[in-house]
Ligand binder design. Structure first.
Ligand code: GUN
Ligand code: ZN
Length: 428
């Protein structure tokens, strides 16, 4: 997009967690967002910015709406888009009975290509403009997804699952998986706003040889991320302990292979010891809190306060298809409910932070996305509180109360439009 453009509306974003630092909140009830060439030029009060606007700049007025940076989904599985709400029991049973069969279908590139379009459409319909994505074990599943994201100029990070100890028909080899990963990193490096994540599925899915090769790929490629699952379910943790008796604990399995770094994102991270959380904080790791998945599979209740207390960065993740909603609003609402059960209250402003800026920080992308600051990428959503039944006439008064109601009652119906780099990418 070229040419300066503006949107006049209520604006809200954060530069940190407002619950611990009120100065991190940016809120303009009547604001102006200015964008040029896909980047934010300025954002602030209409009364401050309008007088300096050059003649002829198109400004769209959106009264009654809220503009905020696009949401960041810290953990989601591309090949699981069509198996949400599959009644497996807990994690390992659910994987065997529903997940692995669904992922086998992604060996067919034409199936994967068709699914990629629907996957990205669903993200955008929910206001998600950046996601950290698990592909299937098949190299092609990641290629078609990245191709589609590139065509949309979307900021997406994805990786092919490494799983040489996976089930029949869904297995790579240590050498083959590493070679495919290397090839994908080379082929996609520097293209558009894409990123690559070395993706060992979980400790139980890989041999020591495969984890060691994954660690080498992370060390050799400073521009890539690493994503995996960690300490999600008690039976999984016990099986991991038996499979890797030499490791001190679950995190240590990854640590021994160089997979615990400031570019690592661990999904779930529910049942961790002080030692594991301390090590994650020291290494400046991130994790993804996936409440709808954790409740659906009965995995456990993530302790947000304890985790951030160790200095671990926390993104919100939908974890589709163990997760049951694509919406980061719904995900934040479920995070709030988990907090209720843990005896801690999740501040709605903290939830807003986690869905945007906090997710960006977890991915090390806080200089590019997650806030309306000059020079940052213009990925944003237009929220319409009238879109969800019960919200339009809600008596919420303060910003915090309104955001709370938006989170609890809102979903894709509340997302009126989604913009990628200043271009309209979804509209209801
Ligand atoms: N652990 C290993 N694979 C998976 C997966 O696909 N989903 C979840 N929730 N946990 C996993
Ligand atoms: Zn997952």
């Amino acid at each position: 997009m070229s040419g300066l453009r503006g949107w006049r509306s209520e604006l809200v974003w954060t530069l940190g967690d407002p619950a611990s630092n009120v100065a991190a909140l940016r809120h303009f009830p009547d604001g102006l967002l200015l964008v040029e060439d896909g980047r934010i030029v300025d954002a602030g009060a209409w009364s401050d910015l309008a007088p300096g606007l050059p003649e002829g700049v198109p400004v769209e007025h959106l009264p009654g709406r809220i503009l905020t940076p696009g949401f960041v989904d810290g953990h989601i599985h591309f090949p699981q888009l069509d198996m949400v709400a599959s009644p497996g029991g807990a994690l390992l049973d659910w994987l065997e009975r529903y997940t692995f069969p669904a992922e086998r279908a992604f060996a067919d590139p034409s199936h994967a290509r068709e699914a990629a379009g629907r996957f990205l459409n669903s993200l955008l319909a929910n206001g998600t403009t950046t996601a950290m994505v698990f592909g299937s074990v098949h190299r092609e599943s990641v290629e078609v997804l990245l191709e589609d994201a590139l065509a949309r100029d979307m900021r997406l990070i994805a990786g092919k699952c490494l799983m040489d100890r996976g089930p029949e028909g869904l297995r790579d080899t240590a050498e083959g998986g590493a070679a495919e990963t290397s090839g994908l990193i080379r082929a996609w490096r520097g293209r558009g706003r894409l990123g690559y994540a070395v993706t060992p599925r979980f400790a139980l899915g890989s041999s020591r040889e495969q984890l060691a090769l994954a660690g080498r790929l992370v060390a050799d490629n400073p521009d890539v991320w690493m994503q995996t699952h960690l300490s999600e379910n008690t039976a999984e943790i016990e099986a991991t302990r038996q499979a890797f008796p030499e490791a001190a604990d679950y995190l240590d399995v990854y640590d021994r292979f160089g997979l615990v770094t400031d570019r690592s994102l661990f999904a779930h991270a529910i049942h961790l010891s002080d030692r594991e959380l301390g090590r994650m904080g020291q290494a400046r790791c991130a994790c993804a809190f996936c409440p709808t998945s954790n409740l659906f599979l009965g995995s456990g209740l993530f302790d947000l306060k304890r985790t951030t207390g160790f200095g671990v960065k926390v993104a919100l993740g939908t974890d589709i298809g163990a997760g049951t909603s694509w919406s980061l609003l719904t995900t934040a609402a479920e995070a709030w409910k988990v907090g209720q059960l843990k005896g801690t209250t999740l501040d709605p402003l903290t939830a807003l932070y986690m869905a945007g800026r906090g997710g960006a920080e977890a991915l090390g992308l806080q200089d590019r996305i997650g806030a309306f600051e000059p020079g940052m990428e213009a990925d944003f959503v237009v929220l319409d509180p009238g879109g969800a039944p019960g919200l339009a006439r809600h008596r919420a008064a303060s910003l915090s109360e309104r955001l709370f109601a938006l989170m609890v009652l809102g979903d894709d119906r509340t997302v009126e439009r989604t913009y990628l780099a200043g271009n309209l990418a979804h509209s209801r």
